[in-house]
Ligand binder design. Structure first.
Ligand code: PEP
Length: 251
């Protein structure tokens, strides 16, 4: 199979004030100078910075994405942001189903699937997150859990594969400094690839990202495998130098 272009995505979560747009500009300049040729670079700032970040990166290869979207296009949903609004603000991607959304906001697989469908409807590309908890892994249920999440959170459109990435993010590895072994990552990605091929006609072109405590020091060993098509990076994406070091490790 052809190697998929790796995607390195930064999820800023609820971090970033306007002064931090300097990090976006630094990423843009490094990418424009060819520092990470061979990888696609995406920054997902908080919604308050999205339009400004998109403006800074307009016409460059750096993509900007949202961290969540509503299943609805518009309406009486105070505080929510639709996929159409993200697109209008300059986003080309959106993350859906992050474990912090699933846990903090009680998002079900069905709701995540509706969000993914809304994103595709609006013309956005989707990063769909799945991952088991520590208790599920200890109980030997990691594969069953992510398989169920994947199946039930996928958007219905069969044609979506080219605009879909799936991030495997074990909940116990997010923000903890603890990661699975490279072998465990490869095993789970191989398993997810098989599931994707069964579920989607183009399942082999869906990029499979690893996420959870990726740092410059562990990126190469975690992400070098052909079964890993990039990374979703939280904490280490907030500083341009760290994020770029991770991107260089995969590109
Ligand atoms: C994330 O939340 O998507 C993530 C991977 O976080 P961190 O890199 O901080 O573990």
């Amino acid at each position: 199979a052809n190697r998929l272009t790796p995607l390195v995505a930064g999820n800023w979560k609820m971090n970033g004030l306007r002064a931090d747009l300097a990090q976006v500009a630094a990423i843009r300049d490094a990418v424009a100078a060819g520092a990470v040729a061979g990888a696609e670079i995406l920054v997902c700032p908080p919604a308050t910075l999205l339009a400004a970040a998109a403006q800074l990166c307009a016409g460059t290869p750096v993509a900007i994405g949202g961290q969540d979207c509503s299943p609805d296009a518009y309406g009486a949903h105070t505080g929510d942001i639709s996929a159409e609004m993200l697109k209008d603000a300059g986003a080309s991607y959106v993350i859906v189903g992050h474990s912090e959304r699933r846990i903090d906001h009680g998002e079900s697989d069905a709701r995540v699937a509706a969000k993914a469908a809304a994103a595709l409807r609006a013309g956005l590309k989707v990063i769909l997150c799945v991952g088991e908890t520590e208790a599920e892994r200890t109980a030997g249920q990691a594969e069953a859990r992510v398989a169920a999440q994947l199946e039930q959170s996928l958007p219905p459109e069969q044609a979506a594969a080219g605009r879909l990435a799936v991030a495997y993010e074990p909940v116990w590895a997010i923000g903890t400094g603890v990661t699975p072994s490279p072998r465990d990552v490869v095993a789970m990605h191989g398993f997810l690839r098989q599931r994707l091929k069964t579920l989607l006609t183009d399942g082999e072109v869906v990029r499979l990202l690893y996420g959870g405590s990726v740092k410059p020091g562990n990126a190469a060993e975690l992400l070098r495998s052909p079964d890993v098509n990039g990374a979703l990076v939280g904490g280490a994406s907030l500083k341009a130098a760290e994020f770029l070091a991770i991107a260089k490790a995969v590109s």
